[in-house]
Write a protein that binds this ligand. Sequence first.
Ligand SMILES: [Zn+2]
Length: 445
Amino acid sequence: MINRLVMMLACVSLWLVNVTQAADIKGVRLWRAPDNTRLVFDLSGPIDHKIFQLENPDRLVIDIKQADLKSAFSELTLSNTPINKVRHGKRNGRDLRVVLDLKTAVRPRSFVLKPNETYGDRLVIDLYDRNVKPVVKSAPQVAITSSGRVGRDIVIAVDAGHGGDDPGAIGYRGVREKDVVLQIARRLHQLFSREPGFKSFLIREGDYYVGLRQRTVIARQRRADLFVSIHADAFKNRRANGASVFALSQRGATSETARWLASRENSSDLIGGVGNVSLSDKDATLAGVLLDLSMTATLTSSLEAGGQVLRNMGQISRLHKRHVEQAGFMVLKSPDIPSILVETGFITNPTDGQKLATRSHQENLAQAVFKGLKSYFYQVPPANTYVAQLKHRGPVNGPTRYVIKRGDTLSEIASRHNVSVSSLRARNNLKADRIRVGQILQIPN
Ligand SMILES: [Zn+2]
């Protein structure tokens, strides 16, 4: 009995899935991410496989039971990956052995995926680079204004959903969500990069997959003030359309609080929301209360930021729902970083899908998210930021603009802004006191 059990365990450890069926490898795809390389084998059915590493020279061996190769490895782009060459051969006349000749040793991981709407059975081999330093960034950049005032930039984590072997939703005329959202994310990133008082970074910069939990980890490492994830919706009914904005649900927040408390080492690098209190030296009850407070504050901020984004989205797109929706999405689960998820439209809807693929609409969507987040941060700027300085001390760079409304007079505008009529006239090169509706006046300091 014991011997049999040992035998069985040995089998399980050698052959990760116990299926006995012949399968073909129909295709091989490869993606390079900043810290890993993913190989995906597209299969005709489920397989048994095992992997192991060999040294001098470094190799990774992938053995697949009863399988045939019906695809070529020659088309893979291996530059910039740790793979030098891919070889293959038959063993016992029926099993397939694939050998990756490596330039350097890697930390490999493999798993199989069941069919979904887009793909059939798959074998995924992840090769993690060794000796990669975590992406810990130095302290947030400090902006020094012309008047010498100092305040740090507000940091926005811009997350393009999906990527690599995960195409996201496939829409009208084959438009892929992962491509559309990367375009919008890049534009959003650019808008923040040009905006004084803000800076941003992309969670994924190209066509590769980043784990959901990892996305929030990157945002925390780079000290994001807000996390925004860009997606496009899909639905069986092609008539479903419109944009929506999500924040974490209360239920998701509660279960996440429990999870963070369960792993104390995670909690120690929290909680920005209550003044960088570390939980590691607190007793369980107090830690729980603090974490709960942080989570609640974060959720409130997420809902407010989401509301501002939704308002701006409503000006360029039909809305799917008129309020910020709440769901338990994994990427929204940071206990200390306000996080929202923007569904930019239904990629499966002919009208939405067509628009989503155009540059002009991608730009409009990026602009709407940008304006929404900007106005949110001008309402409640984090302390010590340039935006907080601007808000509390008034503009520091040059004059304010004022757009003339019906019934305005020059003297009224002057007194309202605490300036003289003559300075107002001089600043705007006005010969007389005549002004017109819609005219823009510069208000001198
Ligand atoms: Zn998505």
